[in-house]
Write a protein that binds this ligand. Sequence first.
Ligand code: 6LW
Length: 503
Amino acid sequence: MSEQSRPGGTVTNPVIPGFHPDPSVCRVGDDYYLVCSSFEYFPGIPVFHSRDLVNWRQIGNALDRPGQLRLPRDTPSSGGIYAPTLRHHDGRFWLIVTNVSGDGNMIFTATDPAGPWSDPVRLPGVHGIDPDLVWDEDGTCWCTVAGISQVRIDPATGETLGEPHRVWSGTPGSTAPEAPHLYRIGAYWYLMIAEGGTERGHSVSIARGPSPCGPFEPCPANPVLTHRGTDSPIQNTGHADLVQAPDGSWWMVLLAVRPRGGTPAWYVLGRETFLAPVEWVDGWPVVGAVTSELPGPPWPLHPAPAVPARDDFDLAELHPQWISLRARPERLCTLKERSGWLTLRAAGASLDENDAVFVGRRQQHLACRASTLIDPTDGRGGLAVRLDEEHHYEIEAADGEVKVFARIGSLRTEVAARPVPAGAVVLGVEIAPRPTRGPRTGPDDVLLGIEEPDGTFTALATLDGRYLSTEVAGGFTGRVIGMYAAAGTVHFDRFDYEPLPLP
Ligand code: 6LW
């Protein structure tokens, strides 16, 4: 995912760029594992591995079978799978997540976090999002959810044992106490939460007590982390998890965003995963600065093998980075129909529809370019930059013609059209951050066009990126760039994704 060495002793944040919110992390020996929320996308819950907390590689998606992840057709964007917790206990990995669009809270287990993960164990008696799992010294398992309330559970059956009780409401006057994680550290049990909402007011607070159910005494320095009201280019810091390295040092993973442009500033990559060092002073955590350049950790780094810039669709299975909308049935999306090609068969007629057949990857860089070679002879399809059903730009090919469409809120419009030779055509998008900043300047431009036979890119349209931002669209996700089918069957020979330097 990222490939970081340590030039001058620094590493860069975010450590997992792009729409990767609500990180939860655990360590087993020298290996760290991390998971994020995935909302309406299938497969769900991306799983990452790292040896150094800085370089992360996606090793799978925990929920990759329809029996584990049911996202009905009416699952709204930013519905579906919320805020996981990942823990290692008793020789197994435990993952607890909420499907807000149906199945509620569920536990999955695995011996290898790359999978396979078990079928779900449902928790019908646990109501609330952001579930945390922790075991006390007696082996009792506590599940704590947003609010902040807690109940004893049997994680093997999903049964609740006793009544849920409120353990903390966060800082008086603060909104949305959520994202609880409980830890036994030294003499205390610590309850860390997010407060203030996942927008600019986001923050991390902590309390401690003698047992996993409290009573909890809030840290006098709360919030222990917030960027609200600061001029940091990194905002909305919150929803964090803690992990201890083998050398005894402590670290926090958290979500934050990178808004750009004038006022109010727009973030387009969704909420990303950042890293910060943590020190303990008088029994309370002190979080180091969350900056785009961090002092590297005091151990050798293990750069993860980079995801190749080109996916040729030559393998038997799609790389785990590829995500689809709500489901990915093989009859609509397959690598088997034409060897070396990804074949998509249309269900919905456009990306406005919930059953659109789409295979995309998260936009992970503020400046980047993506392209794909499509054969639309038997249908119509294209390349899109998607935020949700109501916010997407795409370039679409039918035999002999390409068109650019923009969907912004309730408006859908054809922006440009051009005849092209019949048969395969290379479609491209380029994301170009705005180099200057006036009060109303948007975050970036989205260029959509075609690659000419000599390899040069011709933009057919340049569209304001603010309409594909969270400040405009709302919700919890970020941009995803990918291929889709709008009619009939379309084949894609390759997909290229390349970060570009910032202007
Ligand atoms: C998540 C909540 C939050 O459940 O946003 O930032 C919600 N925090 O904790 C969706 O990601």
